[in-house]
Design a protein around this ligand. Structure first.
Ligand SMILES: Cc1cc2nc3c(=O)[nH]c(=O)nc-3n(C[C@H](O)[C@H](O)[C@H](O)COP(=O)(O)OP(=O)(O)OC[C@H]3O[C@@H](n4cnc5c(N)ncnc54)[C@H](O)[C@@H]3O)c2cc1C
Length: 612
């Protein structure tokens, strides 16, 4: 781990500060004068805190509560024992130990942003093993492929010709004819903003000012509109998007594209290109040996046997309500008569699913700003299809073997991801599972329409995949099918999965800063008895680290309003917040507390709690 600053933390600070500036009319009262109001009537001391969701945010919340001796109860809509939510490793039946693929999160860069993920991964009690993940092979062994405009080129830089994809009559800027040209162009667009955060021998920049400039200059743009107003033609933008991302990606917030590029490639590194791995091995990419599900499974097993046994699966929450006379929170479960009772609730349910619950009993529909945030925040769609073959033909049967990395195409499958595990294995022990298609945004919406909710797909999807896979690798469909046994595939569409309804939060232009979407989701509801966590409620959204950070923040809020005496122990055990993650800087941590407390006060004020 290097001392690179945590850009997501600064994004959080910026958003919190801007939010407070916009709500200066709300009295700045001391939180300790509010908490007694919230304790009247006192919550029932015998009731646990209800934690909805056993994804990483829910399990992390449970681990924290357990360490503090706070009674809690986990509840999830998924199948018995199926913890992890969007950490989901699919093991092929009758396969070898590495015949699996990660349907959700699969790769983790060891950067400051991912601190909580790596802290957990290295927690000896969890007994997890990280193995290197090859994001992209590097020339001269970059044997993966690029296929665009029906022309195929090796990913090896030297073999790429002047116009490998014959696009000279489509693109206006001749430098964009090669993937390197596109990469340089994208870099040019991003570089002024990436440079704001550049770490140099002279030290780190003023991160707070850098974040102010970033938001001021990019917040209201989509990537497309920013490039357009800077003089790039529509055709060139489309071509850049095709090579660089997925269809429609450039219509989302430009700040998302910039910050993602920082996560994938922190600007202190010398390598060009937005998605190149870091050259510093300490900043490499990793995956979990045995698949990403090993993380939530280990987290769940670390809980007390009683808590594991009491966890209620197959229990979709349909309504959250508060009984003001007894100060009891209630959860209604589909298919059951009597609601469950709790002293408080932490919901880690993805926001699209939350928006379908009956929240009238906690007055969220009366709180226009918060309700709008839950309703409006866009999630990105994503689809992954994995196939098991009789042999890893990409490693053993192609003229140029492929080990790890990705191939890219404008055909519907868009991205092929080769397994990089097990590390250093002989061909006979290698994984025989290939992610034959990984798609996002509009590409995923279309693939998803052919996928059923049980992991099967319409036959035409499989034919399409074989067609595209053969084209990308320059082989025939029959040759590929000679390694395939009918039915050895698993297809998953996160958009139409009823428990997520999207892959991860993906903000639109103008949503971050000049509008309260993000900050509203952080506020407690039900007079300090209902808290929202989960990936979307973190500045590091779309990452496991964000889900963990969000759990930290929700517990912190719960303690501040309900059990302030527990807070010091909590901070000692679980570190400082994602926003002010510099444990050596006590001034910043104190300032963060003030801002966070004020955030709670604003939320309670809007929720009708009298402040004076
Ligand atoms: C395709 C894909 C690729 C990704 N790649 C990466 C990556 O490479 N690296 C990375 O760090 N992150 C990645 N992510 C993001 C990461 O997976 C998420 O940020 C993280 O897992 C979210 O955790 P969570 O606990 O917030 O939500 P979830 O994991 O979604 O957990 C929510 C839980 O709530 C439950 N639930 C939903 N509705 C109800 C209900 N009504 N009642 C009761 N329970 C309910 C669900 O069953 C689920 O268990 C990826 C995600 C996807 C989808």
């Amino acid at each position: 781990m290097t001392s690179d600053p945590n850009v997501y933390a600064y994004r959080g600070r910026h958003l919190l500060t801007a939010y407070h500036d916009r709500h200066q009319h709300i009295p700045n009262v001391d939180l300790s004068t509010v908490t007694p109001v919230l304790q009247n009537p006192a919550p029932s001391p015998d009731l646990p805190v209800g934690v909805i969701g056993t994804g990483t945010a829910g399990l992390y919340t449970a681990m924290i509560f357990e360490s503090l001796g706070i009674d809690y109860h986990l509840i999830d809509a998924d199948a018995p024992g199926r913890v992890g939510g969007r950490l989901f490793t699919y093991h092929f039946p009758n396969g070898g130990p590495y015949d699996y693929y990660d349907v959700g999160a699969m790769r983790f860069p060891d950067t400051p942003f991912m601190k909580r993920t790596f802290d957990l991964a290295k927690n000896r009690n969890l007994k997890l093993t990280l193995i290197p993940y090859i994001l992209q092979m590097i020339a001269p062994s970059a044997n993966t492929w690029l296929l665009y405009n029906n022309a195929r080129a090796s990913n090896q830089v030297p073999s790429v010709t002047d116009d490998p994809f014959s696009v000279s009559s489509y693109v206006t800027d001749s430098s964009l004819r090669t993937p390197q040209g596109v990469s340089t162009k994208v870099e040019e667009v991003l570089q002024p903003f990436r440079d704001l955060f550049r770490t140099s021998p002279a030290g780190t920049p003023d991160m707070a000012s850098a974040m102010d400039v970033l938001f001021e200059q990019t917040n209201n743009f989509s990537t497309r509109s920013y490039m357009f107003q800077n003089g790039t033609s529509a055709d060139d933008i489309n071509w850049c998007e095709t090579i660089d991302k997925s269809t429609g990606w450039y219509d989302r917030a430009f700040t998302e594209t910039i910050i993602e590029s920082l996560a994938f490639n922190w600007p202190s590194t010398p390598l060009p290109g937005p998605e190149q791995p870091k050259s510093d091995p300490s900043q490499g990419w990793y995956c979990f040996d045995g698949g990403s599900s090993t993380l939530p499974q280990a987290m769940f097993k670390s809980l007390s046997p009683q808590a594991q046994q009491d966890t209620e699966f197959l229990s979709p929450v349909t309504a959250i309500s508060r009984d003001p006379t007894k100060e009891v929170m209630r959860l209604s479960i589909n298919g059951t008569q009597s609601p469950r009772e709790y002293s408080a609730i932490i919901s880690t349910v993805p926001l699209p699913r939350l928006s379908l619950m009956d929240l009238t009993g906690v007055n969220i529909n009366d709180n226009y700003a918060q309700w709008s945030a839950i309703r409006e925040l866009q999630y990105g769609p994503s689809v992954k299809v994995g196939m098991k073959f009789s042999t890893p033909w990409w490693e053993t049967a192609l003229p140029m073997p492929i080990h790890g990395g990705q191939s890219f195409t404008d055909l519907p499958i868009r991205t092929v991801v080769y397994p990089s595990y097990p590390a250093g294995a002989q061909p006979q022990n290698m994984s025989k599972v290939l992610i034959v298609s990984y798609t996002w945004t509009q590409d995923a919406e279309r693939m998803g329409a052919l996928i059923n909710s049980d992991g099967t797909a319409r036959p035409e999807l499989l034919e399409l995949i074989f067609r595209d896979l053969a084209a990308v690798h320059g082989v025939t469909v029959d040759w590929l099918k000679s390694f395939y046994t009918e039915g050895d595939y698993f297809a998953w569409d996160w958009l139409h999965n009823p428990l997520t309804m999207g892959a991860f939060a993906f903000f639109g232009p103008g949503v971050y800063d000049t509008n309260d979407v993000y900050s509203e989701m952080l506020q407690p509801a039900a007079r300090g008895k209902l808290f929202f966590a989960g990936e979307a409620t973190s500045t590091c959204h779309a990452w496991v680290a964000g889900a963990l950070d969000s759990a930290w923040r929700a517990v912190d809020q719960y303690l501040a309003l309900n059990l302030p005496d527990y807070q010091q122990k909590f901070w000692d055990l679980w570190g400082p917040t994602e926003y002010w993650d510099e444990s050596d800087n006590q001034d910043l941590i104190a300032l963060n507390r003030k801002l966070m407390e004020r955030h709670l006060v604003i939320g309670l004020h809007k929720d009708g709690v009298k402040m004076e």
